[in-house]
Design a protein around this ligand. Sequence first.
Ligand code: MSP
Length: 512
Amino acid sequence: MQQNNFFITTPIYYPSGNPHIGHCYTTVACDVVARYHRMKGDNVLFLTGTDEHGLKIEQKAKQEGITPQAYVDRITDSFKQVWSLLNISYDRFVRTTDAYHVKTVQAVFQKLCDRGFIYKGTYTGKYCTPCETFWPVKQLVNGCCPDCGREVIDASEEAYFFKLSQFADRLEDLLLNTDYLQPKSRALELVNNFIKPGLEDLCVTRSSFTWGIPVPSDPKHIVYVWIDALSNYLSALGHENDQFSGDFKQFWPANAHWVAKDIMRFHAIIWPALLMALDLPLPKRLVVHGWILMDGQKMSKSVGNVVAPKPLCDQYGVDAVRYHILREMILENDSLFSPDVMLARYNADLANGLGNGVSRTVAMVEKYFGGTLPAERCSAPVDDALIAAASALRSKVEQAIDASRLNEALAEIFSVVDAANKYVDETAPWKLAKDLQQKARLATVLYNLLETWRIVSGLLLPFMPTTMPRLWEQIGAQASDTTYERLDQWGTLTPTVSVQKGAVLFPRVENE
Ligand code: MSP
């Protein structure tokens, strides 16, 4: 089988505060896609990291009386801890303070200069003296500094600019006429808001603070944090550095960058323009999702409405948290985070639908057959719908995941969970068990249920990687029964399968 390379990335997060459920959404989504591709046999490189430079970080460190490096080391650790808690299977973690990354950014900047896409000019704007920060007029709040609220003055400084305006036509074409942006519905918004009004050249250096990567030929200037940050997708593959030899050739262009809508503009306009200027291939896909809202607003540290992942994982289990944040999110829309919805969905889908469905099946195999099914079979027409639904599930899930619609993949899987539970009601195994003539029929019903749970749990593995192997032990599935190739093959479990009662997979959570 030919192995495809698959390179997927999350944004690199600002270590300006500990990660919350909003950050987790993108990372868990990418983790599911990465695991799914590994399951299909692809050669996956899953990248995440932290974006550690900039004035904000410099200021935060100062407030705490520590160096910016000590500050980012601490918060970056807290990101790594949360990713390990959530079972994130990233292959590489890039930090913009890593020496190899710095090397790439400086080389990229120099290359853009050499190719004539960067020139020196004057940046004019409003300046907040106490914060030592330039602000574009449109970022001011009531004409004052958005950070400290004090008055700003007119000021200008020497800076370098990237000729972004040259790329307007190619960017419009990329957004409107190719599959780069997903969902496509966001393309018009970008074209109308940013490209049509006239793309301006982009100021790509700052000189009012020092926590950043110096311009190699003019080190009093610091490379703009977004040029620094976007370059992570190249540096982490060893482009223009000698850290990861061969990876750039193997994995670039990226198969998918996942981001939320707040940073779509940087990835849909600035990033492709930079790559065009560098004459590098463009990423195949940019997946843009909405926000997780809390009380009607974006969940974010600055709003102060964040939900931390740890207490939720303690209460529900890690897999349930992974399930919940993906189940609720429709790619085009924002989604509300609500503890009530989480509780109701957990109990309905996981505790009752899946967990109870599996444990009931296992209990019946134990009760009626001592734990091992006999080989005799007797089919009935009522079986056909369940067998058809379970056999068709893999291709539906594949389509949904390929379209980055993870909530739809879960909806498809849980419609088969419902079908299995309905099948129990329709076939009433407890009635069959009373009639000795019906042993073969009873075994067939229970086998069909075990097969359905095998397919369902195999497809759920990327979403719930801890619980599904525990489920397999209970239904008697071997590792070879749950490989991707077997997940659309009905009749994979050995006919005389033995089950094993185990701990409750998803214990009910009561409303406190
Ligand atoms: N450092 C930049 C990204 C540079 S990428 C080259 C940045 N960092 S961030 O820490 O602010 O993280 C932004 C990303 O976090 C969003 O794009 C999104 O992926 C995720 N989210 C943060 N809050 C979120 C929600 N409330 N809802 C959904 N995703 C959110 O921007």
